[in-house]
Design a protein. Structure first.
Length: 231
């Protein structure tokens, strides 16, 4: 079964920035209808297991910051990076109607994955889900070519969302992207090595133990800019 999450994109067009939130469906209290149609008062408790991931894009500072976690680590990290430069190919003649919107096709490559986006010029919003930005219209459907990751717009609303229910502004560590990637892999490799050593110590003498290693990255980002020339 695919893992589905709820994403919320909140663009601030006058400020040239956007906030994107991603959470498990059972954490999505902030978008439930308010019977008074006023400010939402529910509070989401952000635990270590069901963390609301947040991506802040700022075109004025050309910075992007994200709330991230590390497997086997209980800390929350505020990871800052230069705004990724996405080179979109807008030359595709393909069109697709999604709901009532006519969409155009765009493609790009980003950190080891190739993506296809369907965007509409009817909504002139340059921000998109996760770390994507730079298209002339709002992305209504986007996926990588393996279909491992996909973002689909299910609702467009002018309703004001109280971001205090989403943005707890809680993190334990400030760190830049390059240092975070190195730390994440160090923590993971250390844990795996400890696991293998503990497993071997429990085996009878003379028993051969084979433990698969998972050094190859499995997430959304497979290859970073500073590694590009090395690969």
């Amino acid at each position: 079964m695919p893992l589905s999450k709820k994403g919320i994109l909140i663009p601030y067009l006058k400020e040239n920035k956007s906030n994107y939130y991603e959470m498990p469906f059972d954490e999505d209290n902030a978008t439930k209808d308010d019977p008074n149609d006023s400010e939402i008062n529910e509070t989401i408790v952000v635990g270590k297991k069901n963390v609301i991931k947040r991506n802040y894009t700022n075109l004025n500072t050309n910075k992007l910051s994200s709330i991230e976690t590390i497997t086997f680590d209980k800390s929350l990290y505020l990871v800052t990076e230069a705004l990724p430069k996405l080179e979109w190919d807008l030359s595709h003649a393909d069109t697709l109607k999604i709901g009532t919107y006519m969409c155009n096709k765009a493609t790009t490559s980003f950190r080891g994955r190739n993506y296809i986006a369907w965007y509409t010029n009817d909504i002139a919003i340059t921000f998109g889900p996760w770390k994507f930005h730079g298209l002339p219209g709002l992305v209504l459907d986007m996926y990588d070519e393996t279909h491992k990751y996909e973002w689909i717009v299910t609702k467009i609303s002018k309703k004001v969302i109280n971001e205090k229910t989403l943005n707890q502004d809680k993190h334990d560590v400030n760190i830049d992207l390059k240092a975070f990637v190195a730390l994440r892999e160090e923590v993971f490799n250390k844990k795996m090595n400890n696991f293998k050593n503990n497993l071997k110590s429990r085996q009878d003498r003379g028993t051969n133990v084979s433990v698969d290693t998972f050094n190859k990255r499995q997430g959304r980002e497979l290859l970073f800019e500073w590694e590009d020339k090395k690969q």
